[in-house]
Design a protein around this ligand. Structure first.
Ligand SMILES: Cc1cc2nc3c(=O)[nH]c(=O)nc-3n(C[C@H](O)[C@H](O)[C@H](O)COP(=O)(O)OP(=O)(O)OC[C@H]3O[C@@H](n4cnc5c(N)ncnc54)[C@H](O)[C@@H]3O)c2cc1C
Length: 500
């Protein structure tokens, strides 16, 4: 075999291989990232009790995508390597492509019951959207389009997980970034070098960053004249010197076992405040530099925000299906399932879940193909449902609370109670349902409480309100996209009495 054949064989081996869960976890174990939790610097997140459950779940997602039986659903062929790569990176050219991307997103969402918001397909979709419109980045100067496309190809062809922090910290929202008490409080450029830029400051709130390969740092909040240093878009490896992740309270630390906390123990993806202490970013990883207009418009004039949130809605629709299934099982367990008023409440829940699901399909079928042949999900149907999510989600949770009464509270104190012979007879006698043993009923109720009532469950309610931005901003997106002209013409026609 000559050198050329050997190289070709090596290439075939590489391109034929998707990144496995083991490979992801061993890369993560070897990574020298800086993560803090509970006053401790964690050197190995894979084996640390705060993060190990979620790390394992992320590994399972990698394996799910790599499994031969899921290959068609979860991957497409890289146009550059010819190997299979995750479908979330696909730049859709048709309604059928949009549908295929949604079905892939549902594949991962079903593995977590929609309880991990920032699985690797979220930001991957944003980068597919950036790479779909390279001319947008070229407008910022020569080379930026190549940078974003090259980075997109790198993460696509190497199955990389990117998390993002694109919101400035809530230090003082009444003042622009450059007028904070210290202009380096918000993450921004402090220096330029021949080889790149240096960034200092904080940024919120990078969900999943503890586990990711890269951080995308940018800003989605409107910036004002004078804020140029903060108007950037860059990618940074998680182990870059000076990059620090401050994890919020890790719920998994107090969740002792999977019986009592079936969701917290597996799906606590964590959210991290990001601090950049003079982090050097080479020019090749700079996509937008000191350009307020491009920084703001990158989300709207490329399909990035639409692709990322199409995935987010596929995840949300899956979670609502889970919520409906849970409510149904709870009603069956309490014996209330057949009561007509309960069925009315369930009908209301089903109506909300179906609205979200049908709007998801509407993003696809009402999507448009632009002059360059790129498919965009419908912004109207996307933002309509996102704008209402912060209202319907708490309402739905409240209905489930209403339906369950004391069922999620009237439980043994923990799974240890089953081990005490003095308690066991009473537990097995009283904590039952007509069709469920005490163990089965308690298991179901613990699942419901972890979904709704634990710290993990409550963080989820905050997540659904804010993951796509504060609702006043999402409603502003809706305002910008709705066809008020057409609506106004109807009123004008009604005012025109000449035809009377
Ligand atoms: C669990 C969770 C996970 C998250 N994950 C990520 C992530 O992965 N990456 C990321 O970048 N960000 C993430 N975020 C951050 C999220 O993007 C922000 O929380 C969101 O954009 C809202 O910004 P804020 O928290 O600064 O709220 P603010 O902008 O300060 O708004 C808070 C509230 O103040 C009021 N308000 C403020 N200004 C106005 C106004 N002009 N008009 C009307 N009302 C106003 C509204 O009631 C608003 O809801 C996450 C947030 C949460 C809660």
């Amino acid at each position: 075999m000559n050198a050329h054949q050997a190289a070709a064989l090596k290439n075939t081996e590489v391109v034929g291989t998707l990144r496995s869960g083991d490979s992801f976890l061993s890369d993560l174990r070897a990574s020298e990232r800086t993560v803090y939790v509970d006053g401790e610097r964690v050197t190995n997140v894979v084996d640390h009790p705060a993060f190990r459950g979620a790390a394992k779940t992320f590994g399972r997602l990698f394996d799910y995508a790599a499994a031969p039986e899921n290959r068609e659903r979860m991957t497409f062929t890289s146009p550059d390597t010819g190997g299979p790569v995750w479908r979330c990176f696909q730049i859709p050219k048709s309604h059928e492509d949009l549908r295929a991307k949604r079905i892939a997103a549902e594949g991962w969402a079903e593995q977590t019951f929609g309880l991990m918001g920032r699985t690797p397909d979220h930001v991957a979709n944003f980068f597919a959207g950036f790479a779909a419109v390279p001319s947008f980045f070229e407008a910022g100067g020569k080379g930026y389009a190549d940078n974003v496309v090259n980075f997109y190809k790198h993460i696509r062809d190497n199955h990389k997980y990117v998390a993002y922090a694109i919101v400035p910290p809530q230090i003082d929202r009444s003042r622009p970034a450059h007028q904070q008490s210290d202009p380096t409080l918000y993450a921004g450029v402090v220096r330029e070098t021949d080889s790149g830029i240096v960034i200092k400051g904080g940024q919120q709130l990078a969900t999943g960053a503890v586990f990711a390969d890269y951080l995308h740092l940018s800003c989605i909040h409107p910036l004002r004249a004078g804020d140029e240093a903060y108007a950037i878009s860059v990618a940074i490896p998680m182990d870059a010197p000076g990059l620090k992740l401050y994890s919020r309270r890790a719920f998994a630390l107090t969740a002792e076992n999977v019986e009592d906390y079936p969701l917290t123990t597996r799906f606590d993806e964590t959210d991290s405040f990001v601090v950049l202490d003079d982090v050097h970013v080479p020019w090749e990883r700079v996509f937008i530099y000191r350009n307020i207009d491009l920084c703001f418009q990158q989300w709207w004039k490329t399909p990035s925000h639409s692709y990322g949130n199409h995935q987010a809605q596929a995840r949300y629709a899956t979670k609502l299906r889970f919520l409906l299934g849970l409510a149904k099982r709870l009603n069956e367990a309490t014996g209330n399932d057949k009561a007509p008023p309960v069925q009315v409440e369930m009908g209301e829940l089903a109506a909300y879940a179906s609205l979200v699901e049908q709007m998801l399909y509407s993003h696809e079928v009402s999507g448009t193909i632009d002059a360059n042949g790129i498919a965009w999900p419908s912004k109207i149907s996307l933002y309509a449902v996102m704008a209402l999510q912060s209202e319907i989600n708490p309402h739905m949770i409240d209905i489930v609370r209403e339906l369950t009464g004391a069922a999620m509270i009237s439980l043994p104190s923990s799974s240890k109670d089953f081990n005490n012979p003095q308690q066991l007879a009473d537990i097995e006698r009283y904590y039952v349902s007509s069709d469920l043993s005490a163990r089965e009923r308690v298991k179901l109720m613990r699942l419901a409480w972890d979904f709704i009532g634990t710290e993990f469950g409550n963080r989820h309610q905050q997540y659904e309100k804010f993951y796509g931005g504060a609702s006043y901003l999402v409603k502003t997106n809706m305002y910008r996209n709705y066809d008020f002209e057409r609506a106004g013409r109807l009123v004008d026609a009604a005012l025109d009495t000449s035809l009377a």
